[in-house]
Design a protein around this ligand. Structure first.
Ligand SMILES: Nc1ncnc2c1ncn2[C@@H]1O[C@H](COP(=O)(O)OP(=O)(O)O)[C@@H](O)[C@H]1O
Ligand SMILES: [Mg+2]
Length: 315
């Protein structure tokens, strides 16, 4: 059974207009998604900018309100603030953002930044608190003298480490990582991903790992959902998605993974062009007349894709 189960989640933002400022339409940012994350596992959420990934993340932590659906955390529906409070959900579920510069208060010292979530849930003495924060810095590979410094005194990679230290400070069960390495250089990305993995094993953490890049999530995720226009176009295990993609949008994201292989550069370029052409040509087979993604169909027990026909499976 999953640690957290998301059931038919919808988040629609009203668009207001006219001089009466009435609701004239909605942005269907998230329009009916289902998935579950198991304890100790990483679930990847991948799609282009604007597909609704951050909205899912923010709704799970309670920063946005669901329009419809359920979020079951250890079997308790945590859609309401009261329910979240009653089970200590805000301690169990934390979030890391892409832009650590704006998510870490620039006017506060590292000690206070990392201690803040602890202070919300525990009453520690100054000494105990300092010890806890030192220990957290140690875990993310930061020197002790970081305690009294400010966020701007660190590099992007170091700030992401501080963001992780802050997120694990309350000893959570689930961390929502929204594009945690997208702003970092490739070499630094690998370092941050590696220590996120190490921390996961140490604490039996679950991650919801959000990215626009299928290349980044490849070595992190056990299961992956591919998101487009507020809906899932495909979900499966890592192997299902990388070795047996079904939806044209998944194939397009796969072909967009940057390749460092210089020798085959021309070949990759051609492949990309072909997938791009297929995406144009086959669009109407994968999206209905309103451009909406079809409902998911079963491909295998672990694999579903939003295809029109039931070829190769069906339900
Ligand atoms: N507070 C908001 N009000 C209105 N529309 C929003 C709001 N937040 C996000 N959106 C819209 O919802 C869609 C999904 O956004 P988002 O979840 O940020 O996507 P992603 O993280 O995949 O880039 C976009 O069209 C975005 O413009
Ligand atoms: Mg986003």
């Amino acid at each position: 059974m999953g640690l957290i189960e998301i059931k038919d989640l919808k988040v629609h933002y009203p668009i207001r207009g006219g001089f009466l400022n009435k609701v004239v339409d909605y942005v269907y940012a998230v329009d009916g998604v289902d998935f579950e994350i198991e304890a100790g596992k990483t679930y990847g959420l991948v799609g282009e900018s604007g597909s609704g990934k951050s909205t899912i993340g923010k709704t799970i932590v309670g920063l946005e309100k669901a329009t419809a659906g359920e979020i079951l955390f250890e079997n308790t529906n945590v859609i309401s603030k009261r329910a979240r409070k009653s089970i200590g959900y805000n301690k169990d579920v934390q979030m890391i953002f892409q832009d650590s510069m704006s998510s870490l208060n620039p006017k506060k010292r590292v000690l206070d930044i990392i201690a803040e979530p602890i202070r919300n849930f525990e009453n520690l003495s100054v000494q105990e608190e300092k010890k806890r924060v030192q220990n957290l810095l140690d875990i993310v590979g930061m020197p002790t003298d970081a305690l009294y410094k400010y966020p701007h005194e660190f590099s992007g990679g170091q700030r992401q480490r501080l963001g992780v230290a802050r997120a694990v400070a309350t000893n959570p069960k689930l961390i929502i990582a929204d594009e945690p390495v997208s702003a970092l250089d490739l070499s630094v990305q690998a370092q941050v991903l590696n220590f996120m993995k190490r921390i996961q094993e140490e604490y039996n953490l679950s991650y919801l790992f959000i990215s626009h890049d299928l290349g980044v999530v490849k070595h992190m995720c056990d299961n992956i959902a591919i998101m487009n226009h507020g809906r899932f176009v495909e979900i499966g295990t890592r192997e299902d998605i990388y070795n047996n993609p079904q939806h044209i949008y998944t194939k397009r994201l796969l072909s967009a993974i940057p390749k460092i292989d210089v020798e085959n550069r021309e070949k990759h370029k051609q492949e990309r062009r072909k997938v791009e052409q297929d995406f144009q040509d086959l669009y109407s087979q994968y999206y209905d007349e309103n451009g909406r993604v079809y409902d998911l169909k079963t491909i295998s027990p672990t694999h579903q894709a939003a295809v029109k026909t039931t070829e190769g499976g069906g339900q």
